[in-house]
Design a protein around this ligand. Structure first.
Ligand code: NAD
Length: 488
């Protein structure tokens, strides 16, 4: 398709989604939940086909395609269609009855309209669906731009949903230019997941067009190993954190800091666990990403780093092996930049303060893990990590729990997925006020001394509280009402 055709298609999809979305948003939420449940049953009947597609497009083992992508979809629909309606219910406002009598106020969650969901390739099903499912349930329409490296999984998902839901969900295939065209088509919210570099471009364009942007960007997570950690279990967990999905996980462990008292025993265990995974680590999804990871290893070695395992593969046919590097300055790329491959750097520190400082020495702020048996101490270390998520004695798996937000800070972005909190982004609060009062409001014109008297009494009542202050305020209110009725 030419650039013009892509732009026209983007405009047409957003326009059709906006029209269909109006009728969709007008349905009661329980009806939307019912229709999404029906669609999900059909979608999950094709679970094998979907898992095979994901495995083929991402090179990940079939088991990982099921566990990290397809199972997640089943959980998401189950969670949102059962729990979502209560989280979307309107709430009654607390309105002071004394000075604002006769009023009832509601705060409702109103759908944004058309949401553009732009996604990367590392979890081509789970990531977009963590936004698409709650977005649709909340009454939005969605135009989804999957990664150009995983187009078939994206198209498959949307086609299954469209068969039941029509134009409220659509797919726009293509590369970054298609993503940019989708933004120009003026959706009402952009939910972007991808690299920090692209995320900033999207944020700038969104700001220029006045479209809010939720972004979930890169990470540089650190595992902090305390001196009372269960070393064998910790090594197994940290190794999984480094290697799963070949390290192509925004919250994969890319830095490890270990307490000096246990470093001699922990490091060999970690190397052993990493080496044991070597045969299961596939090729990275893109050649560009492979070049970045290799460049990080080469830069680390050029800056005096030592390989504890792995390294640059012998030839292009060999996947990048699990790699652990030590002895590099923090300015080296493998410490300072996201690697997004099965590699990590490790350093030793002598106390908890130094471990925390090392973990926080990054612009990123997605996740971080702390490993130690004294949970009070481990939790207090974890709470001092400047990240959206901290895990004690585990890492990253909470992305599979629909009730927990996936959230970062700093260069890792301002957005989130999953959990009731995502509704704060996917909807706008709408205030509805009903007034059955028949009298002139005390704060309306004409102003005068009785208004000042009333205001001062209201403030005094807030300051001191108690029955007498309320009685004085009622007196001031009566004087004000009398003055207003005499003038009307
Ligand atoms: P990317 O930024 O290259 O691309 C992401 C998406 O943006 C793709 O669909 C791409 O086509 C599109 N895109 C590119 N240029 C665009 C533009 N100018 N306007 C609009 N869209 C555009 O990222 P990637 O390489 O596909 O994914 C890897 C990155 O994603 C890593 O940095 C990883 O950490 C990050 N990520 C973050 C999270 C999170 O939740 N924080 C989750 C997964 C991946």
């Amino acid at each position: 398709m030419s650039a013009d055709q892509v732009s026209e298609r983007a405009v047409a999809l957003v326009s059709a989604a906006r029209t269909a979305g109006a009728a969709w948003a007008a349905l009661p939420v329980d009806e939307r939940a019912r229709r999404l449940t029906v669609a999900s049953k059909d979608l999950l009947a094709g679970a094998d086909e979907l898992a095979n597609l994901v495995a083929a497009e991402t090179h990940k083992p079939l088991g990982e395609a099921y566990s990290s992508d397809v199972l997640g979809v089943a959980d998401l629909f189950g969670y949102w269609c059962s729990q979502g309606p209560q989280h979307l219910a309107r709430r009654k406002a607390r309105i002071p009855a004394l000075d604002m009598p006769g009023k009832t106020g509601w705060i409702e969650r109103e759908a944004r309209g058309v949401i553009a969901v732009i996604s990367p390739w590392n979890y081509p099903v789970a990531l977009p669906m963590r936004v698409i499912v709650p977005a649709l349930l909340a009454g939005n329409a969605v135009v989804f731009k999957p990664s150009e490296f995983t187009p078939r999984s994206g198209a498959w998902l949307v086609n299954k949903l469209r068969a039941h839901l029509g134009d409220v969900i659509a797919v726009l295939e293509g590369d970054g230019a298609a993503g940019a065209a989708l933004i120009e088509a003026r959706p009402d919210l952009i939910h972007f997941t991808g690299s920090t570099v692209t995320g900033r471009k999207v944020a700038v364009r969104g700001a220029e067009l006045g479209i809010p942007v939720e972004s979930e960007l890169g990470g540089k997570d650190c595992a902090v190993v305390l001196d009372d950690a269960l070393l064998d279990r910790t090594a197994a967990g940290v190794a999984w954190g480094i290697v799963h999905n070949a390290g192509q996980d925004c919250a994969s462990v890319e830095r490890v800091v270990v307490h000096a008292r246990v470093a001699d025993r922990f490091v060999p265990l970690l190397v052993e666990k990493l080496n044991a995974t070597a045969s299961q680590v596939p090729h990275l999804v893109t050649a560009t990403q492979r070049q970045i990871v290799i460049a990080h290893i080469e830069d680390a070695l050029a800056q005096g780093g030592t390989l504890l395992c792995g390294g640059v593969p012998a030839d292009d046919a060999t996947p990048i092996p699990p790699t652990l590097i030590t002895g590099i300055p923090r300015s080296a790329r493998a410490w300072a930049e996201e690697s997004f491959g099965p590699i990590a750097v490790i350093e030793t520190q002598h106390d908890d303060e130094a471990l925390i400082a090392a973990a926080n020495d990054t612009v990123y702020g997605l996740g971080g893990s702390v490993w130690g048996e004294d949970l009070t101490r481990a939790e207090s270390v974890a709470r001092r990590l400047r990240t959206g998520m901290v895990w004690v004695n585990n890492t990253a798996f909470t992305g599979a729990i629909p009730d927990m937000p996936w959230v970062g800070r700093g260069a890792s972005g301002n957005g989130l997925t999953s959990s009731p909190e995502v509704l704060d982004h996917l909807t706008r609060p709408r205030v509805v006020l009903l007034d059955k009062s028949k009298s002139i409001e005390p704060w309306w014109y004409p102003y005068g001394d009785t208004l000042l008297d009333l205001m001062r009494n209201l403030i005094e009542r807030q300051r001191v509280g108690g029955v007498m202050a309320t009685v004085r305020t009622l007196g001031a209110l009566n004087r004000r009402n009398k003055a207003l009725s005499e003038r009307s």
